[in-house]
Design a protein around this ligand. Structure first.
Ligand SMILES: [Zn+2]
Length: 354
């Protein structure tokens, strides 16, 4: 765990340059091999690292530039899925069609590559079991392999646990499980749309799967990221977090990262219910807003959060990954300037509150 006051990190993804986006899609279409894609991507990852270091981040990722999406990486690496069978929210998702099998690491190679190339702390990101089930189980295509979505979620747990052990060995300092569904469930329209009839049950299931995945994991910091999801600068859902706050106290994780810069999250007052035994990952940069925040804007957000959570428990990061999938068009220079403003704010806050 970083002992720096107001440590800075990213949620995961950075916007990919256009040619990198095309490369990923060409790999998906079989026009270029995985090996050749990796060879071409290697120097872009160096660039993503230098960008984050220049911005001033304490903890970095590889920008997720090798992935088509933050969640599909599971289906790309684990056996049992078929691509694009499952359109969901306007994007093509895979569907599980056979019992899943872990036959090669998911993102360990991403971490190996950057461990030798940066002195900063490294974060590894993985999709959480609940979102994998929700996104990649299809009532028709999946039922022969998994009669219920819950059975798929349960089978994801041992795979993710095995992966986390390998990530620690590869030198990751933090593992973060991405679980947008828990926060999107605060929106009644979303629950209606997705057929969530018993929201208490679903939230408990989601939390229980996170706990099963991280139970007994030591030697690596753990985190969980929640958000309202986004595409093309618009959030998928909206609403304050009051409904999920009591559930967060049950999550056994080091840091809970949440969006608080965007107005769709309903302001920071819900932090009054934030659990006392975990760190707050404070979303303090609004990735959907083209306006680049000033350091003063960020400081104001952090100081408001400090009314509810002690400063020693606050980590700064943007609300979400800037571009969780290659299909999400975002601006890389804008992301850099926003990260830089955030890191400048952290530096000023350290001077003020050290
Ligand atoms: Zn997110």
């Amino acid at each position: 765990m970083s002992t720096t006051l107001f440590p800075t990190t990213v949620i995961g993804s950075l916007p990919r340059p256009a040619w990198v986006r095309e490369l990923i899609l060409d790999r998906k279409d079989g026009k270029i091999s995985e090996e050749e894609t990796d060879r071409l991507l290697d120097p872009t990852i160096e660039s993503a690292l230098r960008l984050q270091e220049r911005a001033g981040l304490d903890e970095v990722t590889d920008g997720e530039w090798r992935r088509e999406s933050y969640v599909k990486v599971f289906a790309d690496r684990v056996r049992g899925f078929r691509a694009d069978l499952n359109p969901s929210g306007g994007l093509p998702y895979p569907a599980v069609v056979e019992p899943i099998e872990y036959y090669r690491p998911l993102v360990v190679d991403e971490i190996h590559y950057i461990r030798g190339r940066t002195q900063r702390r490294i974060k590894a990101t993985l999709p959480a079991p609940y979102i994998i089930g929700r996104r990649m189980w299809h009532p028709e295509h999946s039922k022969a392999a998994y009669p219920t979505c819950e059975q798929l979620m349960t089978d994801c747990v041992p795979i993710l646990r095995q992966e986390i052990e390998l990530l620690r060995e590869a030198g990751a300092d933090t593992v973060q499980l991405d679980e947008p569904w828990l926060s999107t469930m605060v929106d009644p329209d979303f629950r209606e749309r997705e057929g969530v009839s018993d929201v208490q049950y679903e939230m408990d299931r989601c939390v229980d799967l996170i706990n099963q995945t991280l139970d007994g994991i030591e030697g690596i910091d753990t985190g969980m990221h929640l958000c309202h999801a986004h595409f093309d600068r618009a959030h998928g859902t909206a609403g304050p977090y009051d409904l999920i706050m009591p559930k967060l106290a049950k999550v056994r994780v080091g840091t809970i990262s949440m969006e608080y810069a965007t107005p769709v999250a309903g302001g920071l007052a819900s932090l009054a219910q934030f659990p006392e035994n975990v760190r707050l990952g404070l979303g303090c940069i609004d990735h959907c807003d083209r306006q680049v925040e000033t350091a003063e804007d960020v400081i104001a957000r952090v100081e408001t959060a400090m009314r509810y959570v002690d400063k020693e428990r606050i980590t700064l990061h943007p609300d979400c990954g800037f571009s969780p999938s290659v299909q999400n068009p975002m601006d890389l220079d804008e992301a850099y300037l926003k990260l830089k403003a955030m890191c400048q704010a952290a530096s000023l806050l350290r001077e003020k509150y050290a």
